[in-house]
Design a protein. Structure first.
Ligand code: NAP
Length: 310
């Protein structure tokens, strides 16, 4: 029987920590499971150099390795993986269908675990210079800035963590933040302030990103002093927050005003048999540890839903 002929107990859209943890729990309890992932296992965490706040790993663990281990664990219990991009869903009724670039898959339950992606800043020049100095992933592109000067935009955990990572390569890292106060946790603030390669430009916004074939400078505005100047940089890394990957859902499940999926503490969405887990769900704390917990709960609830239908 081909995958297209199979009706899976659980179709999981998204192979990040939430989706793969659900796959481990569901396949271990003998449910048939297909995980649909468009890029690489681990999702966003795979682009993190070191995951150092996941309980049980005092030395941390590489994000890529963590994703691979999760996938291996899910496969060990029988999970199947499909490399495909989801283009649409039909979630009502007993049998739910997921349209993808590799064909249509069917399942009795569906878990939405598509996570988030980086939000663009929206500055003039950003779109034109994407991949030519404008980046959203320090782990992917940091190496190209060895002995160069880069700017990081944002004042949250990601901006500071990735800014520090970039100091491994770059000779100078400017962290540009729109307010006088950083949003990141104090531990990261202290570490970043102690780093001699990092300079903070606070109360400052990027007005424009300049360059012809590659980023050459950013035009900055210090809001307090109302001063504008051009800062020569070779690259700009954007860490100004996240956006949920929910466009493909249309109006098939209830979303909040920012596009995050509304689900209760049992991960149940507005549609029976459809669950949401991880960063894509409206929630307070977006961490790997909360994503895997969501995934475990969703898998158990999907199993109970199927038992009740028998
Ligand atoms: P975030 O916490 O939402 O921070 C986004 C930053 O970008 C904020 O400082 C914000 O400024 C700034 N910003 C937003 N829009 C902007 C604009 N248009 N122009 C200029 N600046 C703008 O996003 P994040 O840092 O990516 O973190 C996302 C989540 O992942 C958070 O929950 C975070 O705790 C978590 N995370 C955790 C870790 C860790 O535990 N090690 C690491 C990375 C991320 P304001 O401060 O003025 O709003």
């Amino acid at each position: 029987m081909t995958r297209q002929d199979t009706i899976y107990d659980l179709l999981i859209i998204g192979g990040g920590p939430a989706g793969l943890a659900a796959a481990v729990y569901a396949s271990r309890s003998m449910m048939s499971v297909l995980v649909i992932e468009s890029m690489l296992s681990g999702g966003q965490i795979a682009t993190t150099e070191n995951l150092d706040n996941y309980p049980g790993f005092p030395e941390g663990i590489g994000g890529m390795e963590f994703g691979q281990q999760l996938e291996a664990q899910a496969r060990k219990f029988g999970t199947e993986m499909a490399l495909a991009t989801v283009t649409g869903v039909s979630l009502q009724g007993e049998i739910k269908t997921v349209e993808t670039t590799e064909g249509t898959f069917r399942g009795r339950t569906v878990l939405l675990a598509t996570g988030t992606r980086s939000r663009p800043l929206g500055a003039p020049g950003e779109e034109e210079l994407k991949g030519k100095g404008v980046s959203y992933c320090a782990t992917c592109d940091g190496f190209f800035y060895t002995d160069r000067v880069v700017a990081v935009v944002g004042g949250g955990d990601s901006a500071l963590e990735e800014g520090m990572y970039l100091t491994k390569f770059a000779k100078k890292v400017y962290i540009i933040h729109r307010r006088n106060q950083l949003r990141a946790i104090s531990l990261l603030q202290e570490k970043a302030k102690d780093n001699p390669k990092i300079e903070f430009l606070l109360d400052t916004v990027i007005e424009k990103i300049n360059g012809r074939d590659h980023v050459e400078s950013v035009t900055l505005l210090n809001k307090g002093e109302n001063k504008t100047w051009d800062l020569p940089v070779d690259g700009v890394f954007m860490y100004v927050g996240l956006m949920p990957n929910t466009e493909f859902l249309g109006d098939s499940v209830a979303l909040d005003e920012s596009g995050y999926i509304l689900a209760n503490e049992n991960m149940e969405t507005s549609v029976p048999g459809v669950y949401a887990a991880g960063d894509v769900r409206q929630k307070l704390l977006r961490q790997v540890v909360t994503a895997v917990a969501d995934g475990a709960i969703a898998a158990v609830m999907a199993g109970r839903y199927l038992d009740e239908k028998k």
